[in-house]
Design a protein around this ligand. Structure first.
Ligand SMILES: [Zn+2]
Length: 80
């Protein structure tokens, strides 16, 4: 299984449906087995929905990067 770091590396593209079917499968497998990433995914998807419904279909990195940073910080704390 891929690691959380690998998941996050593809996460932005996954949210924007820009990953290959193989990568998508890996990411969804990770999502099904990693609670931390699933929470991140759910909250990010909500954020994306709000952003796309309110003004534009652009998803600026400033929207989801802070979320990812926060979750990554939590993961690092959990691992120590
Ligand atoms: Zn994970």
């Amino acid at each position: 299984m891929i690691t959380c770091e690998e998941f996050f590396a593809e996460f932005g593209d996954y949210l924007e449906n820009r990953v290959s079917p193989e990568v998508r499968k890996e990411l969804e497998l990770h999502l099904s087995q990693c609670r931390a990433c699933r929470v991140l995914y759910d909250s990010s998807r909500k954020t994306v929905k709000i952003v796309t419904e309110s003004s534009s279909f652009e998803l600026p990195e400033s929207v989801y990067n802070p979320i990812i940073d926060r979750v990554m910080a939590k993961l690092r704390i959990g691992q120590n």
